[in-house]
Design a protein around this ligand. Structure first.
Ligand code: ARG
Length: 460
């Protein structure tokens, strides 16, 4: 027969269809170590309140240790009759302690328990996700360090725009990851609040100090409102926003690697270990990791939408709908733990084709802005400078030539303002070297940016 937590009031066990719908142990079992940690803290606070004597506390803690070892070794497993992780572990405790095992239920409910377990799990795993983000950011930085002076055609609208250094481009993928790391750190401050002590929703009539329990579990303090403590899933939604946004960042990096490794770009060659082949086309080398980065952002965004939709309009306090909060966050953690190391390996081992990048850098009149800026430095209003330079580009298009291939006569004919000295700005090198302001793409500011990013990553 089904071990039930509410036997007294009920004439019989739950219907099979209810049990099958209701069971969550197949996915919430991963909360077991955190549930056991919560039980240890709760046992101590019960003893402190005189509700367990010293011997009972000793026996309870020993049984919890034994149960934890049995869970770790796999000798204790949830069964089909266990509804959730809390039910399963209570069964394990009762098997070890007999009726003494039932004392731990005092002053605690699955409502404050599950909220506590999930906070503990996420705070722990957010640290793991953060380390993987740091690893990816670090290999991007290592690649960037090789390309502080490598020219590339910077783009807007996927059209050649202005020359940039490839190191600057790679660091432009690091900056969002640093913000993701910042967000995780900030999220942790709000998540470090313990719901234990809230009980089902109203707190406890027993003299249990929730602040002591909170501190023991590594939280900063306990919840200010017992109703909010069991109703609040902001920490889940916020975590899913952070992982969804990180997923978006990874998808943009992934999309660029797909482009860079295409025949048409040919800027980057992936290491064989981080690329895939085709079962039919022997020549193929595909950037599947980059594509999976792009694709998996969908499920990360989906998880956020799932939880926000589930929470919307729920009456306070706990509602069973909230059991649906776990699979999306577990999936987000699993997805990033799989994806980030693969992306890091791919970036660390890729070869950048400096020759192809440099050759592409001036293509598409990316130096046109240099001409306009040169005119501005000579006192020409930018509006007129833009017009003159546009005519110059138009002449090149007609002639099918590059800006630096026009003669002094051609220049003069377009505008008397265009003296031969304009030739000094018509190189990618000079365009890059002239970008000296903080945050811009010149080798100088990129070296500064690199140093500051390395600093931040080392401090993580
Ligand atoms: N499995 C439940 C969940 O994940 C635990 C809390 C159940 N509480 C309750 N009163 N039914 O949300």
């Amino acid at each position: 027969s089904r071990t039930s937590l509410w036997g007294g009031r009920f004439a019989g066990g739950p219907a099979e269809a209810l049990a099958r719908l209701s069971v969550s142990v197949q996915f919430d079992w991963r909360l077991a170590p955190y549930d056991l940690a919560g039980s240890r803290a709760h046992a101590r606070v019960l003893a402190h309140a005189g509700l367990l004597d010293a011997e009972e506390l000793g026996q309870t803690l020993a049984a919890l240790d034994d149960l934890e070892a049995a869970c770790a070794s796999g000798s204790f497993r949830p069964t089909v009759d266990d509804e959730d992780v809390h039910t399963a572990l209570e069964r394990g405790l009762l098997e070890r302690l007999g009726s003494l095992g039932g004392k731990l239920r005092a002053g605690r409910s699955r409502n404050d328990q599950v909220a506590t377990d999930l906070r503990l799990y996420l705070r722990d795993h957010a640290r793991g996700v953060a380390s993987r983000l740091v690893e990816l950011a670090s290999v991007l930085v290592e690649q960037a360090a090789q390309h502080v002076e490598t020219p590339a055609p910077g783009m807007t609208h996927l059209q050649h725009a202005q020359p940039v250094t490839f190191g600057h481009w790679l660091l432009a993928h690091v900056q969002p990851l640093l913000r993701d790391l910042d967000r995780l750190r900030d999220w942790d401050k709000r998540t470090a609040i313990s719901p234990l002590g809230a009980g089902a929703l109203a707190g406890s009539s027993l003299p249990l100090d929730p602040v002591v329990v909170a501190k023991e579990l590594g939280f900063t303090t306990s919840a200010a409102n017992s109703m909010d403590a069991v109703a609040d899933r902001d920490f889940v939604a916020e975590f899913l926003f952070i992982t969804a946004l990180a997923g978006v960042h990874l998808s943009r990096l992934g999309e660029e690697v797909v482009l860079w490794t295409s025949q048409e770009f040919g800027w980057v060659e992936l290491d064989d270990a981080f690329a895939t082949g085709s079962s039919i086309m022997p020549q193929k080398k595909n950037a599947d990791i980059a594509e999976l980065a792009r694709g998996k952002s969908g499920r990360l965004i989906g998880g956020l939408v799932t939880v926000l939709t589930m929470l919307k309009g729920l009456p306070l306090t706990y509602d069973r709908d909230m059991q649906e909060d776990k699979e999306p966050v577990f999936d987000a953690v699993d997805t990033l733990e799989l994806l980030l190391p693969a992306l890091a390996g791919m970036i660390a081992t890729m070869t950048v084709r400096v020759d192809r990048l440099a050759a592409a850098a001036p293509v598409g009149f990316t130096l046109a802005t240099e001409v306009a800026d040169w005119l501005v430095r000579r006192g020409v209003p930018f509006r007129d400078a833009h017009e003159v330079t546009g005519k110059l580009v138009s002449l090149c298009v007609t002639r099918d030539c590059a800006l630096d291939e026009l003669s002094d006569d051609d220049l003069r004919q377009v505008s008397p303002l265009l003296t031969p000295e304009v030739g000094t700005v018509l190189s990618v090198e000079s365009a890059l070297a002239s970008r000296t302001t903080p945050g811009s793409t010149g080798p100088g500011p990129v070296a500064d940016q690199l140093a500051s990013v390395q600093d931040k990553l080392e401090g993580w």
